[in-house]
Write a protein that binds this ligand. Structure first.
Ligand SMILES: NC(=O)C1=CN([C@@H]2O[C@H](COP(=O)(O)OP(=O)(O)OC[C@H]3O[C@@H](n4cnc5c(N)ncnc54)[C@H](O)[C@@H]3O)[C@@H](O)[C@H]2O)C=CC1
Ligand SMILES: CC(C)CC(=O)C(=O)O
Ligand SMILES: [Mg+2]
Length: 384
C-alpha cells in the first residue's frame, strides 16, 4: 500500500492508465477480515482491466485505535482521507470501548460530517437466484434504494447531547434547507437514472414523521419544492412507521426512498433483514466531491475472529466505489468492472454452494471472497 498517491485520476505518463488513490479504514471487529479479501479482489480487478490502477493506503481509526492510543480518528488519517479519490471503510466500533460520555467510538460519523457526505445510498434488493425470508416479497421481487441523509437529522446531536443531573436527557434533531435541497435533488436524479436504465418506475418517497414534528413538516415542505423541479418523477410521501410496515408487507411499492439520518439508519437494517442478511447490504455515503463506501453493518463482535463474516456487503460496496469513480472521472472500464464484480457476487449467491453461515452455508469469509474472484474471472474469460 502506498502513502504518496498520484493526484486524482493522474496518468503518470502519456499512455499510462489513470490511477486512483483509495484510503482504506480496516476498522474493528470483522472489519479487517472483510477488508483484506476485498482489497485483494479490487487489485485483481484493476490488473485484469489494465485500464485503471488503484493505490491503497491503509489508515488507522476506530475503537481499537482509541483504546490503544486515545484517538479515534487521527488527523493524519483524516488528511489522507481528504486527499484520496475514494474511501473504503469496513466497520468501526466495539461495545466495550467508549468515550467518557458513555457513547461508543464512531469516527465514521465525523468522517461523514467533515466530508459533507449527505447522501447515504443503501440499495435493498433480491439478488438474482437469492431468496428472502419474506416469502410474499420474494415472489413479487423488490429493488429499491434508501437514501439516508448522513450529516444531520438526529445525528447532528452526536457528542452534543445533555444529561441533566441524573433526571433527564436531551438530544436535538437538525434539518437544514441547504442539505435537504441537495439530498432531494440527489434522490430525484437517482430515480431518473433508474427509470432510464429500466431499474425503477421513476418514483421518490419522502419518509418522515411530519404528522408530529415541525422539523419533519419543514423537511417535507422542501421535498415538495424540489419535486416541482422534477415533474417527470412521481413524488410521494409516507410516515416512517407505516413505511416500516410496507417494507415488510409490500416492498415492491418502493423505488427511491429518501429520509432523515436516524430513520434511514433503522430502515436500512430492516432492508437488510428483508434481503436475508446484513452481510448483503452495501452502502455509499456520497458528497459533492468525495465518498465513503462501506457495508451497512457494524463490526459484528459476536462473530469476529472466527472467519464467519460474510464479505459480500463489503465487496458490493467496493463495486459501488468503482461505479462512482468511473462516473466521476469518465472511465468506462471502471463501470464495466463494477458491473462484472456485482454479477460475480450474483453468480455466487445464485449457485448457493459457497455461502457464509448468515446465509445458511458453512463456508468461511475467504472461501466466499475466493468464489467471487473465480466467478469474476469466468465472466472475464467468457467476454474475451
Ligand atoms: N458503519 C459502522 O461502522 C457501524 C458500526 N456499528 C458498530 O458495530 C458494533 C456492533 O454493533 P451491532 O449492533 O452488533 O451491529 P452489527 O451490524 O455489527 O451486527 C448485527 C448482527 O448482524 C451480524 N452481521 C453483521 N455483519 C455481518 C456480516 N458481514 N456477516 C455475517 N453476519 C453479520 C452480526 O453477527 C450481528 O448478529 C457496535 O460497536 C456498533 O456501534 C454498528 C453499525 C454500523
Ligand atoms: C454506528 C453508526 C455510527 C453507524 C451505523 O449504524 C450505520 O452507518 O448504519
Ligand atoms: Mg446502522
Amino acid at each position: 500500500m502506498s502513502v504518496s498517491n498520484p493526484p486524482s485520476g493522474s496518468t503518470n505518463g502519456r499512455n499510462a492508465p489513470p490511477r486512483f488513490s483509495v484510503a482504506v479504514f480496516e476498522g474493528d471487529g470483522i472489519g479487517p477480515e472483510i477488508m483484506a479479501p476485498t482489497v485483494d479482489l479490487l487489485s485483481e480487478v484493476a490488473a485484469a482491466s489494465g485500464a485503471f490502477g488503484l493505490d491503497f493506503t491503509s489508515v488507522p481509526a476506530g475503537a481499537g485505535h482509541y483504546r490503544d492510543y486515545g484517538v479515534s480518528l487521527p488527523e493524519e488519517s483524516m488528511e489522507i482521507a481528504r486527499k484520496s479519490d475514494a474511501i473504503l471503510l469496513s466497520a468501526m466500533g466495539l461495545p466495550e470501548v467508549r468515550y467518557p460520555d458513555g457513547t461508543e467510538i464512531s469516527p465514521q460519523i465525523e468522517l461523514r460530517m467533515e466530508l459533507g457526505l449527505f447522501a447515504g445510498v443503501r440499495p435493498v434488493l433480491i439478488h438474482p437466484g437469492q431468496g428472502s425470508p419474506l416469502k410474499v416479497a420474494e415472489k413479487k421481487g423488490f429493488d429499491f434504494v434508501i437514501i439516508r441523509e448522513s450529516t444531520e437529522g438526529l445525528f447532528a446531536s452526536h457528542g452534543k447531547g445533555r444529561v441533566n443531573g441524573d433526571q433527564s436527557a436531551e438530544e436535538t434533531l437538525v434539518i437544514t434547507r441547504e442539505v435537504s435541497e441537495k439530498l432531494f435533488e440527489f434522490a430525484f436524479n437517482l430515480a431518473r437514472r433508474r427509470k432510464e436504465t429500466g431499474k425503477g418506475p421513476g418514483k421518490v418517497h419522502c419518509v418522515d414523521k411530519a404528522n408530529v414534528f415541525q422539523a419533519f413538516a419543514f423537511f417535507r415542505k422542501i421535498f415538495h419544492e424540489v419535486a416541482e423541479r422534477h415533474t417527470d418523477i412521481e413524488a410521494q410521501t409516507a410516515y416512517v412507521d407505516a413505511t416500516a410496515l410496507w417494507m415488510v408487507q409490500r416492498p415492491e411499492m418502493f423505488d427511491v426512498m429518501v429520509t432523515e439520518n436516524m430513520f434511514g439508519d433503522i430502515l436500512s437494517d430492516l432492508g437488510a433483514g428483508i434481503m436475508g442478511s446484513l452481510g448483503l447490504a452495501p452502502s455509499a455515503d456520497i458528497g459533492l466531491d468525495s465518498a465513503v463506501f462501506q457495508p451497512c453493518h457494524g463490526s459484528a463482535p459476536d462473530i469476529a475472529g472466527k472467519g464467519l463474516a460474510n464479505p459480500l456487503a463489503m465487496i458490493l460496496s467496493a463495486s459501488m466505489m468503482l461505479e462512482w469513480l468511473g462516473h466521476e472521472h469518465g472511465v468506462a472500464e471502471m463501470l464495466d468492472a463494477s458491473e462484472r464484480v456485482t454479477a460475480a457476487v450474483n453468480d455466487v449467491i445464485g449457485e448457493g454452494r459457497i455461502m457464509t453461515p448468515d446465509l445458511g452455508g458453512s463456508a468461511n469469509t475467504e472461501a466466499v471472497a475466493g468464489a467471487v474472484l473465480e466467478a469474476f474471472n469466468r465472466r472475464l474469460k467468457a467476454a474475451a
